[in-house]
Design a protein around this ligand. Structure first.
Ligand SMILES: Cc1ncc(COP(=O)(O)O)c(C=O)c1O
Length: 387
């Protein structure tokens, strides 16, 4: 028996060696602190759990959901977008519910990418942009996010003849893994380029609400003309600590939303209605949920950045996301530094190269570990680096 070529074409799993080391250390009874995974440790707010308990008892919610999502959920998305970004959306044509934004991102290339089409995917970036493209038969090209350009892509580095052949561009701000942010003017410029060269923009806004010091991340749809060329992916996972519930949504260009809905109707049967009703409540009360989340991440961010700066690392205080993107000390590769921290401090960090070749030279620390454990991890790192 053999698997399909498209599976064989998927890139090898880069962390196999380090995962083996982690497993071995755990078997030996070592106390490993995992700062690798971006999955909130804080629970879903109690008022949402309560709402779920009510909804799950309602037999009307036990049947197949609609593939595009409950109208009430799509309406809640539209009213949140209006309130939060000043963007008007038609819940009927410009919103689709997703089983988490990952599902929508992975399926989206099937809607717009024909075999051989070029897709620019942020590098370093969330791996699903590239994998979704490969599964659809497209050709992913790295869109480098370099420290010299504040981790924003520089489209002028590509020949125009190439940009004319690009079908789709994946962007993500606030950014995982670099925690960089993009100003409104950046989105204006990309929308202008999309009109000029005829490509589609898929913007991943999963981290919009995880921000600090008063920073408010923009939506690409705030830009005039964006709805003609862009789709935006969003999620309740990060902003309401709901990663396990699997609920997200896509908004934007009506043709793209319709195409994504059409793929989904042939593949999945939507999100459990009870969860969608929780989503309605979550979107109406996002600010309340964030009150319990942002102060915790702010404190953890300050702890990590202050500790590393005292050790001589040159890094800014991220304005958004729950990640800190750390330049590795000279002489180390990103994998080598991750292995060093595992061996010497029993702390797991993610090597930047796992997010693409332009992630080399960095490791990512996630702030989603309980504060006391994070503090202990930082103490161990100080010790390991001789601080
Ligand atoms: C940049 C980015 N986009 C999307 C997702 C997917 O989130 P979900 O499928 O839970 O909505 C993640 C998850 O880590 C992410 O980091």
């Amino acid at each position: 028996m053999d698997v399909a070529q498209r599976i064989k074409n998927l890139p090898p799993y880069l962390f196999a060696e380090i995962e083996k080391k982690i497993a071995r250390a755990r078997e030996e009874g070592k106390d490993i602190i995992d700062l690798g995974i971006g999955d909130p440790d804080l629970p879903t707010p109690g008022f949402l759990v309560e709402r779920m308990c009510q909804e799950v008892r309602n037999p009307e919610n036990h049947r197949y959901p609609s593939y595009r999502g409950l109208y009430a959920f799509r309406e809640a998305v539209a009213s949140w977008y209006k309130r939060r970004f000043g963007v008007l959306l038609d819940p009927d044509r410009e919103v689709v519910a997703l089983i988490g934004s990952k599902e929508g991102i992975a399926h989206f290339p099937w809607c717009v990418v024909d075999p051989g089409d070029l897709v620019l995917a942020s590098d370093p970036g969330y791996p699903v942009y590239k994998i979704g493209t490969l599964l659809a038969g497209g050709v992913p090209l790295p869109l480098p996010l370099l420290p010299s350009n504040h981790f924003l892509p520089d489209f002028s580095a590509f020949p125009e003849s190439l940009l004319e052949r690009v079908k789709l561009v994946f962007l993500n701000y606030p950014n995982n893994p670099t925690s960089s942010t993009a100003p409104h003017e950046f989105f204006q410029e990309v929308v202008r380029l999309a009109h000029r060269f005829g490509f589609i923009i898929a913007h991943d806004l999963a981290y919009s609400e995880i921000s600090f010091d008063g920073y408010r991340a923009p939506s690409i749809l705030e830009v005039e003309g964006a709805k003609e060329v862009a789709i935006e992916f969003h999620s309740l996972s990060k902003m309401c600590n709901m990663t396990g519930w699997r609920i997200g949504f896509a908004v934007g260009n009506a043709r793209l939303i319709e195409a994504l809905g059409r793929v989904k109707t042939n593949i999945d049967s939507g999100i459990f209605n009870a969860i969608q009703w929780v989503g309605v409540e979550a979107l109406a009360r996002v600010e309340e949920a964030l009150e319990g989340i942002i102060p915790v991440y702010t404190e953890r961010r300050n702890l990590v950045v202050e500790t590393l700066r005292a050790l001589g690392f040159d890094l800014p205080y991220p304005r958004a996301t729950f990640y800190v993107w750390i330049p590795v000390p000279s002489g180390f590769t990103s994998l080598g530094f991750a292995e060093f921290l595992l061996d010497r401090a029993q702390v797991v960090v993610t090597p930047g190269v796992g997010f693409g070749k332009y992630g080399e030279g960095f490791v990512r620390v996630s702030l989603t570990t309980p504060s006391l454990r994070l503090k202990e991890a930082m103490e161990r790192i100080v010790h390991a680096l001789g601080g």
